[in-house]
Design a protein around this ligand. Structure first.
Ligand code: 5RP
Length: 229
């Protein structure tokens, strides 16, 4: 991607993030996503908090927690929070039916917990993330290390091609101390069926198919915000 394309994509991410942040109300507990688009939203929220907006938040990753705290946003313990008013997160792919692939940034497990706790899970994206069918982006799968070989084999049985996530020549380790397998299932005809099948695998902590968790996707396309819900 050229610099102009990247600037354009960032402008769209920022516009979507700003639109979503407008939905946050005083007193809300806000779920904070992870990734570049979520980061735009967290920075916008930080500005509003500095101006007096009274919110508390839960974070979907250690890096998001650190960023939010640095902006003066109070962070609650996710494990002690029973309900989130609104969450704002990005996605790697989404369909008009609001099925998503998430986890490109490795935070899928906590992101799924945050989305599941949310009364209103909002996804913010640029226009490149909308697809007719999920699956061009691989499905991230978080695996407890001692179950790695077993889970890998089960992914193959589901006709997936798995690849352990390696960053800078090292196994990528999630905030929860686990590994990630990026699994290519080709274009996914039935995301719910695949999600259900993956959910049955012992040792698989979470996968990046987010089905039925999203209230709306706010996608920025040039100067327009398009809402899917
Ligand atoms: O799921 C995620 C992180 O685990 C992100 O939301 C997803 O990867 C999109 O990231 P970005 O906003 O940087 O394009």
């Amino acid at each position: 991607m050229g610099i102009t394309d990247q600037n354009h994509q960032n402008a769209e991410k920022l516009a979507a993030a700003k639109a979503a942040v407008k939905l946050v109300k005083n007193g809300d507990i806000v779920g904070l996503g992870t990734g570049t688009t979520a980061t735009f939203a967290i920075k916008e929220l930080g500005k509003l908090v500095a101006e007096g907006l009274n919110i508390k938040a839960v974070a979907s990753s250690i890096r998001t927690e650190e960023l939010a705290k640095s902006l003066g946003i109070e962070i609650l313990d996710l494990g002690k929070t029973s309900s989130v008013d609104i969450s704002i997160d990005g996605a790697d792919e989404f369909t008009e039916g609001l099925d998503l692939i998430k986890g490109g940034g490795g935070a899928l497990f906590r992101e799924k917990i945050v989305a599941s706790l949310s009364k209103q899970a909002i996804i913010v994206t640029d226009s490149s993330k909308k697809v007719k069918k999920l699956g061009l982006f691989t499905v991230p799968i978080e695996v407890i290390p001692l179950a790695y070989q077993y889970v890998f084999g089960q992914i193959v049985k589901l006709n997936g091609k798995g690849k352990k996530r390696i960053i800078d020549n090292h196994d990528y380790i999630t905030d929860n101390g686990n590994l990630i397998i990026d699994a290519d299932f080709g274009l996914i005809n039935d995301p719910k069926a695949l999600s259900d099948a993956l959910n049955k695998i012992d040792g698989l902590l979470a996968h990046g198919l987010f089905i039925g968790l999203t209230a709306q996707v706010m996608m920025s396309d040039r100067s327009e915000i398009i809402i899917f819900k």
